[in-house]
Design a binder for this molecule. Structure first.
Ligand SMILES: Nc1ncnc2c1ncn2[C@@H]1O[C@H](COP(=O)(O)OP(=O)(O)O)[C@@H](O)[C@H]1O
Ligand SMILES: [Mg+2]
Length: 254
């Protein structure tokens, strides 16, 4: 199923991507969405993952917190058309996309097409570093994102500094010509804030300050990418298109 989904020209798309489960996609997506909304932006979160973590987080969100529009893209119902289901309200300016763990390489082009920023969380473990290197290869060879590499930002997640695993991860990331835009600590603050439907920035406690500060370089990088206008090459398509799986990964085109 491939549908052209209506979008609008002022929409900024941030895609959180990594087929490896448990690396922090949903954590990153909800923290970003929460922060952007708390700054007065009109935000939507589109959840492609059947686990629905972002949608669950949204349901837990307190009524008095900055509103975020939720789009459950994994919920394939015959009662509504796909384009209606993926509809982004015209008032929304920032769309954060939480992608599924099982996203096959053939879907990377659709997922990343028209994105202002592509964020890839990577955990400091042998398995995750290997999976990340595969993902980079797929992004380059299958999704052909090589000409817009500047839009890809890697985030080292759940890091415990002064460990061998962390040093190995940083060595691997530095060997790629892709920006490592942030390093997030392994912290229970992410678990506690998620239980309340909040981002750590909305907690505003002394305990979360150290983690919130880790996001500053990420936000600075993101701001620059969101301000960089899209060009036709940001909509690059793979040469060989393959029809796959039950989910339509095509995102709204500006
Ligand atoms: N920086 C972090 N510190 C502590 N726990 C984290 C961190 N990032 C993610 N987690 C936890 O790891 C688990 C998997 O994260 P999640 O964001 O759901 O990954 P994904 O969406 O990639 O499958 C969750 O229980 C989440 O709370
Ligand atoms: Mg998830």
């Amino acid at each position: 199923m491939r549908l052209s989904v209506p979008g609008h020209k002022d929409l900024h798309k941030i895609v959180v991507l990594n087929p490896k489960g448990g690396c922090g996609k949903s954590t990153l997506a909800v923290n970003l969405a929460g922060y952007l909304a708390s700054q007065g932006n009109s935000v939507a979160i589109m959840d492609f993952d059947p686990q629905g973590s972002s949608m669950r987080w949204l349901k837990l969100r307190p009524g008095n917190s900055a509103p975020i529009h939720g789009i459950s893209a994994f919920d394939v119902r015959s009662s509504v058309t796909r384009s209606w289901q993926l509809r982004v309200p015209p008032s929304v300016r920032c769309l954060v996309v939480d992608s599924p763990a099982s996203a096959p390489p053939e879907n990377l082009a659709e997922l990343t097409s028209g994105a202002h920023a592509i964020l890839i969380p990577v955990l400091p473990s042998e398995i995750d570093v290997y999976a990340a290197s595969q993902l980079m290869k797929d992004l380059l060879l299958i999704a052909k994102v090589s000409r817009r590499m500047g839009r890809i930002g890697v985030i080292a997640n759940r890091v415990r500094e002064n460990t061998l695993a962390y040093r190995k991860l940083m060595r691997f990331l530095n060997s790629l010509s892709i920006s490592v835009i942030g390093v997030l600590r392994d912290s229970q603050n992410y678990v506690h804030s998620a239980e309340q439907g909040l981002s750590i920035h909305e907690m505003r406690t002394a305990r979360t300050k150290q983690d919130a500060e880790r996001w500053e370089p990420i936000f600075a990088w993101l701001e620059e990418k969101l301000e960089t206008p899209l060009t036709p090459r940001d909509f690059r398509r793979p040469r060989v298109q393959t029809q796959v799986h039950q989910f339509n990964m095509q995102l709204p085109q500006d």
